[in-house]
Design a protein around this ligand. Structure first.
Ligand SMILES: NC(=O)c1ccc[n+]([C@@H]2O[C@H](COP(=O)([O-])OP(=O)(O)OC[C@H]3O[C@@H](n4cnc5c(N)ncnc54)[C@H](O)[C@@H]3O)[C@@H](O)[C@H]2O)c1
Length: 656
């Protein structure tokens, strides 16, 4: 990570729901924070809420007491804007969602801060270009959109306004990454940006259903039965009916007059039925919980209709160059806490079904916003999603090659590390590994990715002489490796590690990010980190225990003992042993056979469900499983799998 400017002190304006959480998040990452609000009681509330939240982190063991106290001490509280922005290098504004209020505030911020101070807005919907217009500081103004609650939610949209300079955009991206968050790059300014824009059509649809007299309780019961943690109307109550109504109005002005076609929400706002915040909306709210009456689960629209609307809006965003598919997928997953986003859904719904559902919705409700996007009508969905991805991959620089990709068989891609005899992993290797994984992401011919090392070793770990620089660099190097290995663990392909020779430290962590591991009996596997004063920092402390249990993981991490490939096989960490002399051939043969045995779409979905299973409640996991089954329903591979079974022949899957 490199900031063009030094950032150590951050001003946060508005200390409400978002502002206090943003201040806490930024302070936890080591920055000094100056938090300001126009109302003293809001500052008092913020101070108490931050203390409570930090204490909760301590009692749950996520941070230690000294870290919490240090973060708390880094935040100062201010009643004037002048004081709050004194000496800061970056500002995040989080005042209420009102265009004129924000424009007035940015005009003041532009005068109070010297040129070069980044002025970020946490607006949910308002175009950054509109907020920045006329300030004379358009280049310094950028969207930095956290999700609620900021301390927990991992994604943050970074939005480039029409006037935002390249440096400010990139520095805002680096700043977000330095908070331990995933920056979602929004390359073109549009109302609602990515995540809120993708859910805008369903907001309109649920509002139109109300106009037509559906029972909100029945619809909520239906969607909860489909696995959503809250029904759509309960969610509106939770977010604020006024907030949703206000977004609809804004989209009506800025995106399409369709958003003005529904009236139920504004009627509720006029009656003061705002949801949780007013104690009554669709439901009564007591002690922050909705009192939901028993209702018969029933809805005129299905979950698949909602997914289709999301896919459609995601496609429009890609068509318009607002964001790359990968950012859209991550944004929706991280912003809405979903196990998969609209790009995964797009890759798994047949275009015909998508088109039919969208046309039906558009006709039934007389809404153009629901009409299928041009790419869907023309049947070019898959091309659009893979070509924009290719552009993204093409941005990477070319230099010496440390990672090679080849195709040992038609459905297998092999990624080979080739840096020194031990295949050490450094920053360039990580970058090239990332590029290799991304380049295969949407390649429909590839079903299995085999990861190996050139020669006799898999990888002996990180190239230590490159790592020791400063503490900050060290943390960033850890995050970089985690990011790349996470990418590998999430790629919608089956991944197989070929373990041989040294499989140590970062090399061992690389193998743990794969779905399956093959190993020679003689391979030397372990974490030498503690003997070097280090710890496994590329996911090793987290992934190993999930795979083989805490006791054995503790043994390997804390003692730095090495085990053999055979031992790893006996522990269940390795699924198959291969012979040392023919390791490469046997691994390639295993991958080739696996790639023709399983249906690719089903495998990609099952992999995601397995990986996410430990992170979400069982009931939700089961419902997502059922939804994934629904996605498989339209695939050719399902028909092929079943007819091949009945005809007693081997299925020939096409990945669609
Ligand atoms: N609440 C969410 O779920 C959420 C999520 C993402 C983004 N946002 C966006 O974040 C922003 C803030 O939302 P929120 O939910 O925190 O609102 P909020 O009403 O909880 O907090 C706003 C705070 O701003 C203060 N304020 C008002 N005028 C001010 C001024 N001129 N100067 C300084 N302080 C002022 C208020 O006293 C209040 O404490 C909005 O733009 C909203 O759209 C909200």
């Amino acid at each position: 990570m490199c900031f063009v400017r030094k950032i150590s002190s951050v001003g946060v304006i508005g200390a409400g729901t978002m502002g206090h959480g943003i201040a806490e998040t930024v302070a936890l990452a080591g920055y000094t924070v100056r938090l300001e609000d126009a109302y003293p009681e809001a500052l008092d509330r913020a101070m108490r809420a931050i203390r409570v939240s930090l204490d909760r982190f301590v009692s749950s063991g996520r941070i230690d007491r000294s870290k919490a106290d240090e973060a708390y001490a880094r935040i100062s509280y201010h009643g004037s804007l002048e004081e709050a922005v004194e000496g800061v290098e970056l500002v995040v504004e989080a005042v209420p969602e009102d265009v004129e209020l924000k424009r007035g505030l940015f005009a003041k911020l532009a005068k109070l801060t010297p040129k070069g101070v980044i002025l970020g807005s946490n607006t949910s919907n308002i175009r950054i270009t509109r907020i920045a217009a006329g300030t004379g500081r358009e280049g310094d103004i950028v969207g930095i959109h956290f999700f609620n609650p900021p301390v927990i939610m991992k994604g943050v949209e970074v939005i480039r306004g029409e006037g935002t300079s390249d440096e400010v955009f990139e520095d805002a991206v680096s700043f977000v990454a330095s908070l331990g968050k995933k920056p979602i790059r929004v390359l073109k300014d549009t109302p609602g940006f990515v995540v809120n824009r993708i859910t805008a059509p369903e907001g309109l649809l649920f509002c139109l259903l109300l106009d037509r007299g559906v029972s909100h309780a029945e619809v909520d019961a239906y969607f909860k039965r489909q696995g959503l943690p809250m029904g759509p109307y309960e969610l509106m109550d939770y977010v604020g009916v006024d907030v949703v109504a206000h977004s609809m109005e804004y989209y009506g002005d800025e995106l399409s007059a369709d958003y003005k076609k529904c009236s139920s929400l504004s009627a509720m706002v006029r009656q003061g039925r705002l949801g949780l915040k007013s104690g009554r909306g669709f439901y009564e709210w007591r002690e922050n919980k909705a009192v939901i009456p028993q209702a018969n689960p029933s809805s005129p629209v299905e979950l698949m209709d909602i997914l289709s609307l999301e896919v459609n809006e995601a496609v429009k965003l890609v068509e318009q160059g607002v964001a790359d598919p990968e950012d859209i997928e991550e944004g929706v997953k991280l912003g809405l806490n979903r196990p998969f986003g609209p790009i995964t859904a797009a890759n798994n719904i047949s275009q015909e079904e998508l088109k039919t559902r969208l046309e039906r919705l558009s006709l039934t409700f007389a809404v153009d916003v629901f009409k299928p996007a041009k790419t869907i009508v023309e049947g070019n969905l898959k091309q659009l999603l893979s070509s924009s991805h290719a552009q993204q991959v093409g941005k990477h620089t070319q230099g010496e090659q440390y990672v090679a990709v080849d195709r040992p068989s038609p459905k297998v891609a092999r990624i080979t590390l080739e840096n020194t005899r031990n295949n050490l992993i450094n920053a360039e290797v990580l970058d090239q590994l990332e590029e290799a994984v991304r380049s295969l992401w949407n390649n429909r011919e590839v079903v299995v990715i085999l990861v190996t090392g050139k020669g006799e070793n898999f990888s002996a770990g990180a190239q230590l002489n490159q790592l020791f620089q400063s503490g900050m660099d060290f943390t960033e190097m850890s995050r970089r490796g985690q990011r790349v290995f996470r990418l590998l663990s999430e790629v919608p392909k089956l991944t197989v590690a070929e373990m041989k020779g040294y499989v140590l430290g970062g090399g061992f962590e690389l193998s743990l990010a794969c779905d399956m591991r093959l190993s020679t009996e003689e391979a030397q596997i372990g974490f030498p980190e503690l003997t070097l004063g280090l710890l496994p920092g590329w996911g090793g402390t987290q992934r190993l225990s999930r795979l083989i249990g805490l006791s054995r993981a503790t043994q390997l991490v804390l003692t730095s003992e090495r085990i053999s490939g055979r031992q790893a096989y006996e522990w269940g960490l390795v699924s198959k042993l291969i012979t040392k002399e023919r390791a490469d051939d046997e691994a390639a043969a295993y991958a080739a056979e696996l790639a023709t045995r399983v249906a690719p779409v089903a495998a990609a979905l099952a992999k995601r469900l397995l990986n996410k299973g430990s992170e979400i409640p069982m009931d939700n996991g089961l419902e997502w499983e059922a939804t994934a089954m629904g996605l498989l329903y339209g695939t050719e591979d399902l028909r092929e799998g079943i007819s091949a079974f009945l005809q007693k022949r081997k299925a020939e899957f096409k990945g669609r």
